[in-house]
Ligand binder design. Structure first.
Ligand code: BG6
Length: 478
């Protein structure tokens, strides 16, 4: 079975990890601008006030802001017909509270969308990708404050009004289900009022967290409804971080534990955003965790009216869940479950599982029956630059090949798959660790963890491989 004609092939980035120009042309600071770099064992430090001696990796990142023409030309050379990018909320609304958007910020994205169109590349835009204006985190306590719903809607309507004819595909929140995890409090929910310290120490109150998530559901539904009413030609999607888990053994207790984990992590948010209501299992989960959702009049109706048109997700790894206490823990910053002896892992300990992608695509499609898109998939690795400047990355090619094969199998299984965007097709700052050395790109950027580098771009071997994959619509994989 072949990928559909017009299958969307491309890559995905986030403004805060790629754009740089953090204070240029009127941009305000966002949460990641307040975060220093760390590594797999060292959580990132969040500062209220900037330390002049510290390095904040998002400030320059890999400087798409000043390289966008060169970079988009490289994307076009690979054969892309889609590019998933995010708009940096604080580039348009520096504190998140302004009545009117920053003109220079709007004009930057005008130029980017026009450049993409001139290369025949369709933009797919994430409206909020881990880049809340810092003021909304620091003074409002992020999404825990319901007022963010209206501030988000102001921002969201502004960009839909301006670009509905240039951008057909939109995603409201990146990895909205990050809010079901403790780590979601920083980048996703921004409940940071007054907080200085390392990421792992941000206060987590589960009741507040699930209420903050409820506010995001309401905001997302409100914007989807607005889009459907005003611009019926555009498509609105959700975006989940799908981390498949398997039961560690065939003990029914492991299966039940895994079911609970799959519901919390992978189904809770999309059940709301695709079906338009909280799932039946939510009530018991709330009761057992003392969560009291502050539902306001009209919320339930809005959730019903603001369901998405397509489902998108990131897929990097799988984990295992067991109840026997003998599950070996993984070594990564994302190992919520345990080590699977059948799988290899990346340099950062993320377990590589292409069959899990096929399985996940089938499960998701069975459940929702709407078009799906893989909007993030990739591997972070150490890359070596050879003396002649070339970069050989067979590990990345193997990863890509295996996952494209898995998607082809899923399509043969009957899944309606729209497209695929590789995460970090050009080297960007890692969201989790703030590192540069954790590289995902087909395009190398000369930028290092100590802030040095001349930012020149270079094609890795995987660049030419992806070019071939796209030219053959996923057929030529050897
Ligand atoms: C996803 C995020 O969680 O994974 C991206 O949407 C992120 O923003 C990507 O960069 C990879 O994670 P990391 O921590 O390796 O950058």
């Amino acid at each position: 079975m072949k990928m559909r004609e017009g299958f969307l092939w491309g890559g995905a980035t986030a403004a805060n990890q790629y754009e740089g120009a953090w204070d240029v042309d009127g941009k305000g600071d966002s949460v990641p601008d307040h975060m220093r770099g760390g590594d797999v064992n060292t959580p990132r430090q969040i500062d209220v006030t900037f330390d002049p001696n510290a390095l904040y990796p998002s400030w320059e990142a890999t400087d798409f802001y000043h390289h966008y023409e060169e970079d988009i030309a490289l994307f076009a050379e690979m054969g892309w017909n889609v590019y998933r990018l995010s708009i940096n909320w604080s580039r348009l609304f520096p504190t998140g509270e302004e009545e009117r958007p920053n003109q220079a910020g709007l004009e930057f994205y005008d130029r980017v969308f026009d450049c993409l169109r001139s290369h025949g590349i369709e933009p797919l835009v994430t409206i909020s990708h881990y880049e809340l204006p810092y003021n909304l985190a620091a003074t409002y306590n992020g999404w825990a404050d319901r007022r963010l719903v209206d501030l988000f809607l102001r921002y969201g309507r502004c960009i839909l009004d301006r670009w509905h004819d240039k951008v057909k595909y939109w995603l409201t929140f990146n990895e909205i289900n990050a809010g079901t995890m403790t780590m979601g409090v920083t980048l996703s929910l921004g409940t940071l009022k007054g907080f200085t310290g390392t990421m792992d120490k941000v206060k987590d109150d589960i009741n507040e967290r699930y209420n903050a998530l409820h506010h995001q559901f309401v905001a997302s539904a409100g914007l989807v409804k607005y889009a459907h009413e005003n611009y019926p030609e555009i498509k609105m999607g959700n975006m989940d971080c799908f981390i498949l888990t398997y039961p560690a053994t065939c003990d029914p207790k492991d299966e039940l534990a895994n079911q609970a984990e799959m519901r919390r992590m992978n189904w809770y948010c999309s059940d709301v955003q695709v079906r338009g209501r909280y799932p039946s299992y939510a009530r018991r989960f709330w009761d057992e965790h003392n969560i009291d959702i502050r539902m306001e009049p009209g919320d339930e109706e809005l959730l019903r009216e603001g369901t998405v048109d397509f489902y998108t997700f990131s897929y990097y790894m799988s984990n295992i869940i067991g109840t026997h206490g003998d599950v070996k823990q993984g070594s990564s910053n994302m190992s919520f479950g345990g080590r699977n002896p059948y799988l290899k892992e990346t340099d950062w300990g993320w377990q590589i599982d292409p069959d899990g992608l096929r399985f996940s695509l089938n499960e998701i499609y069975d459940r929702y029956q709407i078009p799906l898109m893989v909007v993030e998939n990739g591997m972070g690795a150490h890359d070596e630059v050879e003396p002649d400047g070339s970069i050989h990355d067979p590990y990345r090619i193997d990863y890509l090949r295996a996952h494209v094969k898995a998607m082809r199998e899923a399509v043969a299984d009957g899944v309606d798959l729209m497209g695929y965007t590789w995460w970090g097709p050009i080297d960007v700052v890692s969201a989790g660790t703030g590192e540069m050395r954790k590289r995902y790109g087909f395009i190398y950027v000369d930028k290092h963890d100590d802030g040095t580098g001349d930012l020149h771009r270079a094609r890795k071997d995987s660049f030419f491989y992806y070019q071939r994959v796209i030219a053959s619509n996923g057929e030529d994989l050897d």
